[in-house]
Design a protein around this ligand. Sequence first.
Ligand code: CUA
Length: 160
Amino acid sequence: MEAYEKIFLWLSVVTLVLFLGALAYAALVIGISLPGPAGHIIPKPGQSLPAAVLATPPFDHPGVKKLGPKKYEAVVLASAWAFTPNEIDVPAGVQVKFVATSLDITHGFFIPGTRVNMMLIPGYISSETYRFEKPGHYLLLCNEYCGILHHTMQAEVEVK
Ligand code: CUA
């Protein structure tokens, strides 16, 4: 084996180990992860999906809840073509956990200017945590095409 082949072989091994190390550090130490399904609501026999979702906590009480001094939870339901609630008021600088699902078809949950961007699949719970650093007015948009009034499906996020 040529000497330079050995060098490149070692370089590729070192690069791979560094990359996997960075990935593990980001996931396990910093806690960066993709938003994933946080649960699944399965209707009982004879029960419709909307009925099952509306009977399952926290979706039986959609809205903003204060969980602690710097922790809030916003429970949001999506359906064609609205978000419930359609105004979300949270203070700036606190951790906001969005918990959302869809009652009917697939919708999107996107707050432009933030990294909050989830797909809401009927019966599957999606969750993402975000901290709004500055007060302001944000939009919550549906970014999955969901029918004729898709473009009107939005809500307000007021950060005070
Ligand atoms: Cu809901 Cu597009």
